[in-house]
Design a protein around this ligand. Structure first.
Ligand code: GDP
Ligand code: IMO
Ligand code: MG
Length: 420
């Protein structure tokens, strides 16, 4: 049986915290897509840690953590992160497993990412520059190196071949940065990677399922960044939706049970691209300040705005969301009035669908106003103790989405969550 936790907006919904919270109920936590573009923040013993490659179940010693075939893996980031979790007493050789089909991010992927963004000028995606796009291009282009190749004696020859191909592309883009230091740390990190548990991921996970073990699939990014269903071309390069769990781990669709969609009580986006409910005013600033909205991977300020129910209804649909986890509700504690977008006005028409190309249309959100609750909610544990205005805010969303908010997160801490 497999449950999924994934993002319903443009990433950074608080997936890491929620996975860490639910991990005790599962035997395996598995990442199925994305790479070090992800930044999942957890608090362990009161200390903050941001995970990029390792699944967010790693701090639960008796749980298996699997990096699935759908992930793109940067060995340098992985090694750094393994060192960071070791400082918490975690031995990754005991509870971290990596699929041999997982594709590798090589240093020239990062260089190509940078060159691609530079060539786009004002039209840049706002990539995290971790090499994600180029790595997935080599996967679908059938050129990639995979973790299993590390065990092949011809690995270096394969690497040089790929490196030369990339160098030609970089020369065409007039990219002249010296990346030899990146390569040095890459080869060092490969030695480390070779010592970890490399498994046949699809057999590994299906055997766990056959034994009756419970699997939690951890999404990265968010549905509005999905390569097919997001705000293309301002998206990432993987399928972030629930269907990605099947291809990213090698499991069948009927094995998927609950799909928990994580959404903030408002909305943020980092990087370029359309964001209809974005606030360019003092309220947007206030959300950024109160929500500490700065990227966990790049430190960039996140763009902030009101919750967008049109987009959320769409993301619930494409994922088959069964339950919603609403995070960062406490960030709204001090606002007099809150707003939700319930429709879009496009060329004088009111629509409730996400259009094909948001970035090419003048979208005016239609807002409904709600009274704020104006009290500190961060210590609430029981749903009955939630302020009336918060209950009304939640009831409206439940009704609009026809999908229940089952949990409300009211602070970054592990125990700050209300089960409804
Ligand atoms: P992820 O990428 O979806 O895992 O989310 P990030 O870690 O990038 O960003 C979420 C940020 O919000 C982190 O700094 C979390 O510590 C924080 N956070 C998560 N849930 C809550 C919450 O309910 N309230 C508040 N105030 N912060 C939260
Ligand atoms: P988590 O898992 C928020 C955004 C980037 C950029 C676009 C493409 O922490 O929610 P990429 O590096 O994939 O080429 O960038 O996607 N992006 C994210 N935004 N959270 C993330 O991950 C993101 N991963 C990528 O900012 O706009
Ligand atoms: Mg993040």
């Amino acid at each position: 049986m497999v449950d999924v936790i994934l993002g319903l907006q443009w990433g950074d919904e608080g997936k890491g915290k929620i996975v860490d919270y639910f991990a005790p109920n599962y035997d395996v936590v598995a990442r199925f897509q994305g790479g070090p573009n992800a930044g999942h923040t957890l608090y362990v013993n009161g200390k903050k840690i941001v995970l990029h490659q390792i699944p967010s179940g790693i701090f639960h010693q008796d749980k298996i953590n699997l990096i699935g075939n759908g992930v793109v893996l940067d060995p340098v980031t992985l090694k750094r992160e393994c060192d960071a979790v070791a400082a918490f007493g975690i031995d990754v050789r005991k509870n971290l497993y990596i699929s041999q089909r997982t594709n590798l991010i090589v240093p020239t992927h990062r260089a190509l990412d940078k060159a691609s963004e530079q060539s786009k000028g004002d039209g840049k995606i706002g990539s995290t520059l971790k090499g994600i796009g180029p790595a997935y291009m080599d996967k679908t282009g059938r050129n990639a190196l995979r973790v299993g190749d590390l065990l092949d004696k011809n690995f270096t020859t394969q690497y040089i071949k790929l490196r030369l191909k990339h160098q030609r592309l970089l020369d065409n883009s007039h990219f002249i940065e010296d990346i030899s230091a990146w390569e040095e740390e890459f080869f060092e990190a490969l030695e480390f990677l070779r010592t970890l548990n490399i498994v046949n991921g699809e057999y590994f996970i299906n055997e766990q399922i056959a034994k009756g073990k419970k699997i939690l699939a951890e999404g990265a990014q968010g549905t509005m960044l999905d390569i097919d269903f997001g705000t293309f071309p301002f998206v990432t390069s993987s399928n972030t939706i629930s269907a990605g769990v099947c291809t990213g781990l090698g499991i069948a669709p009927q094995k998927i049970n609950d799909v928990l969609g994580v959404s903030k009580a408002y909305c943020t986006r980092v990087g370029s691209g359309p964001f209809p409910t974005e606030l360019h005013d003092a309220t947007g600033e206030e959300l950024r300040k109160l929500g500490s909205e700065f990227g966990a991977t790049t430190g960039r300020p996140r763009r902030c705005g009101w919750i967008d129910l049109v987009a959320l209804k769409y993301t619930c649909m494409v994922n088959g969301v069964t339950k919603i986890v609403m995070t960062k509700a406490d960030v709204l504690d001090s606002f007099d009035t809150l707003h939700m977008a319930t429709a879009y006005q496009i060329h004088g028409n009111t629509v409730q669908e996400v259009p094909y190309q948001m970035n090419k249309l003048p979208i005016e959100p239609v807002y409904q106003a709600f009274a704020g609750w104006k009290c500190d909610t961060t210590t609430i544990q029981q749903p009955d103790n939630m302020p009336q205005e918060m209950k009304q805010y939640i009831a409206f969303i439940n009704n609009y989405l026809q999908t229940p908010i089952a949990y409300v997160s009211n602070g970054p801490g592990r125990d700050q969550i209300i089960s409804l």
